[in-house]
Design a protein around this ligand. Structure first.
Ligand code: HPA
Ligand code: ZN
Length: 335
């Protein structure tokens, strides 16, 4: 039995496996510029975030109907359940779909259909986080928030993703204020490729509760002290950092040093179809590369529930943390 855990940094479009991409392409008569799944997989060699995003957005052309989004999410939840995920907070990128003519309602209602069935079907409670693409304009983000209004009961939080450098959090001050006024919670990618100052901006200007990635905070001792003091969770994605060359080898990932510094770290998969593993695989990889002991793994799993938006179901949070505390590592591959 795998260690129970929450996944807090997962782009649903990043779970599109080549097999499903080709199946959806055939169903929707979309021509992909790859002969087969093998040729597509061979394209998964990235130099940086931008080179990944180009392929990530291009492949989304196969996602057209509500059924497609429901199928994508259910496929992820099936895989996640097998790796011990008991709670998932799932990002989606509405503008990547509305920009190519797919209505936001199709995206949200399709995903929601799979998420609504998740607890019963997979034992995974879920939340949905709507991300703004930071390389598009602030006006486009505001229009997206407006368009999402009929579906807000489906959405727990807003997030900020896509190409970070040159698109600081401050660009999205107004839309985050508007989202907060609507009762949405707030997270943002910051300090992945961008500098530590973007982490500060996300906290001070956007008022986020959690930082996605955030590993470059380690370049700023005062910021680290603040993140520790304020118990701001960081949703780290070590395999993503490796594949997007934020780090050269997994052994040099700062996760262990960050935990030693007292930061509230979680481990997540980001875009598992592209980066070589789901969250259980990621736990396994960091355990091997960084030599994390059982108590460190238990701490990461506990943190994932502590940092989750389960505030409206404290009973479930307590139950899941108790499962982590009682977990018996007396098996060979506990991830
Ligand atoms: N960073 C920024 N934007 C993203 C990512 C990421 O790792 N994955 C999908 N969109
Ligand atoms: Zn991400």
């Amino acid at each position: 039995m795998p260690l129970p855990k929450a996944e807090l940094h997962l782009h649903i479009e990043g779970t599109l496996e080549p097999e499903l991409a080709f199946a959806l392409a055939a169903r929707n008569s979309v021509l992909l510029p790859y002969r087969d799944t093998e040729e597509l997989r061979r394209a998964y060699l990235f130099d940086d975030l931008r080179s990944f995003l180009d392929l990530y957005y291009a492949l989304m052309a196969v996602l057209v109907t509500e059924d497609d989004f429901a199928e994508l999410a259910d496929a992820y939840l099936t895989r996640a359940a097998a790796q011990g995920v008991r709670h998932a907070e799932i990002f989606f990128d509405p503008q990547a779909h509305t920009e190519r003519g797919v209505p936001i309602g199709t995206v949200i209602e399709g995903l929601a259909r799979a998420l609504d069935a998740s607890e019963e079907r997979h034992g995974i409670s879920t939340r949905l986080i709507m991300c703004f693409l930071r390389d598009l304009s602030a006006e486009s983000a505001m229009e997206t928030l407006e368009a999402a209004k009929p579906h807000l009961h489906r959405i727990t939080a807003v997030g900020l993703d896509s190409a970070e450098v040159g698109n600081p959090p401050s660009k999205f001050r107004e839309v985050y204020a508007a989202a907060g006024a609507l009762g949405l919670r707030k997270v943002a990618h910051a300090g992945e490729e961008g500098p530590a100052s973007y982490v500060r901006e996300a906290l001070d200007i956007l008022g986020v509760e959690r930082i996605d990635h955030g590993l470059r905070c380690m370049e700023d001792g005062e910021l680290v002290a603040r993140l520790v003091r304020e118990r701001v969770p960081l949703t780290l994605c070590p395999l993503s950092n490796l594949r997007l060359r934020v780090i050269a080898t997994l052994e040099e990932h700062p996760l262990a040093r960050m935990m030693d510094a007292g930061l509230l770290c979680t481990v997540n998969s980001d875009d598992p179809a592209y980066f070589g593993g789901y969250v259980g695989d990621t736990f396994h990889a960091v355990r091997e590369a960084l030599g994390l002991g059982e108590e460190r793994l238990r701490e990461l799993a506990r943190n994932s529930f502590t940092a989750s938006f389960l505030d409206d179901d404290e009973e479930r949070r307590a139950k899941l943390i108790a499962e982590v505390d009682a977990y018996d590592f007396g098996v060979r591959r506990p991830e």
